[in-house]
Design a protein around this ligand. Structure first.
Ligand code: KG4
Ligand code: ZN
Length: 342
């Protein structure tokens, strides 16, 4: 089964073709991602109106490139999928309407896909991980601990009560004068920094709940930056390193407790898995921290390759293929409306 996927929920215009065989193994036949970073950089963040217009301009070419790379014609794919939410509604409309048009023209089934489900199932495409597994989803819009029991069968164990983790990286970057996008720039700056210079808080550490909070950390960064302004390059590096250390410690605490809960639920699981997904999963310090944590608890640790951490359409095509394979499809997908919240 071959699925064409489209992703336009934020600032990447993406299309991909993914194949799923009878045994459930996945292959990426093509994966095109056009980042709009340069168009938004001057504004210090993603501007929804600019994003939607850029998707309109690029999407036809990106879809054509994905088919060309896969050596296929539109008529050769078995289904067409698009992110239908959550995300910026202008971009969602562009992607979903394009998919509807392609489905109407070809008579192929249309699958509206939840962006988070795309992130959640990526590890099955790349590593064939079996259900159930524990997922840490850390992106620009979401921070969640999720028990993944099956396709469409998710139980949220924890979420952020304020900022998302990627957002915390982005805001920290802005506060200390690092350019957009913040996450990768904070990571780069941290390499030359002293992580012990600033004692930033570890919000909610030690509590029983599995939720996250990052706004207090952001406030602490602002106070530290204000107190020593103007900032030198070393100051920026030290703040970045101290911030990243606080993040890694916080994840260690929260995810560690979730692993214990998973163990209680699935005491006889032979090789339980911890999966990380979303843009922040590209962060090496975060990956290393989780690798150590998983090993300590006897879990297999799975992180997608870097190019599949951030937003892409391969994960959307794959989630659709997984849904098709188990018959989890909408009755009337052509009437499906984009959902900015989902
Ligand atoms: O999953 P994603 O591409 O888009 C959303 O669905 O939100 O995640 C984007 C987020 C941004 O906040 C970005 O700063 C963050 O992921 N990010 C990183 C790194 N690369 C991307 N954060 C920390 N370190 C990185 N290397
Ligand atoms: Zn995402």
């Amino acid at each position: 089964m071959r699925v064409l996927g489209i992703e336009t929920s934020c600032d990447e215009t993406a299309a991909a073709v993914v194949e799923r065989d009878e045994a459930g193994a996945g292959t990426i036949l093509s994966n095109i991602v056009l980042s709009q970073v340069d168009e938004h950089a001057a504004f210090g963040g993603v501007v929804p109106e600019i994003a939607a217009r850029a998707h309109v301009e690029a999407l036809d070419d990106i879809v054509a490139a994905a088919l060309r790379d896969a050596d296929l014609k539109l008529g050769d794919v078995d289904a067409i999928a698009a992110t239908a939410g959550p995300g910026l509604v202008g971009g969602l409309i562009v992607g979903l309407m394009t998919a509807k048009a392609l489905a109407a023209a070809t008579g192929k089934p249309l699958l509206p896909v939840n962006h988070l489900e795309g992130h959640a199932l990526t590890a099955r495409l790349t590593d064939g991980v079996a259900f159930p597994y524990l997922l840490l989803l850390v992106s620009g819009g979401h921070t969640q601990l999720v028990l993944v029991r099956g396709v469409g069968d998710y139980q949220r164990w924890g979420t952020t009560i304020d900022d998302a983790l990627g957002e915390a990286f982005d805001k920290t970057a802005k506060l200390i004068g690092l350019p957009f996008p913040g996450g990768p720039n904070v990571e780069r700056a941290a390499e030359a920094g002293n992580a012990k210079r600033f004692a930033f808080p570890r919000p909610l550490k030690g509590e029983q709940r599995l939720d996250f909070s990052f706004s207090g950390l952001k406030t602490a960064v602002r106070q530290a930056a204000t107190a020593i302004a103007p900032l030198s390059g070393q100051d920026r590096a030290d703040i970045s390193a101290s911030f990243q250390r606080a993040i890694v410690d916080t994840l260690d605490d929260r995810v560690g407790r979730a692993l214990l809960r998973f163990r209680e639920l699935y005491a006889d699981a032979a090789e339980p898995a911890l999966v990380v997904a979303g843009g922040v999963a590209a962060n090496t310090a975060v990956r290393n921290g989780l690798t150590t944590l998983a090993a300590r608890h006897g879990f297999r640790f799975i992180a997608p390759p870097m190019r599949l951490c951030g937003d892409n359409a391969a994960m959307i095509a794959w989630a659709a293929a997984e849904r098709l394979a188990c018959g989890l499809v909408d009755d009337d997908p052509m009437r499906f409306r984009p959902r900015s919240r989902w």
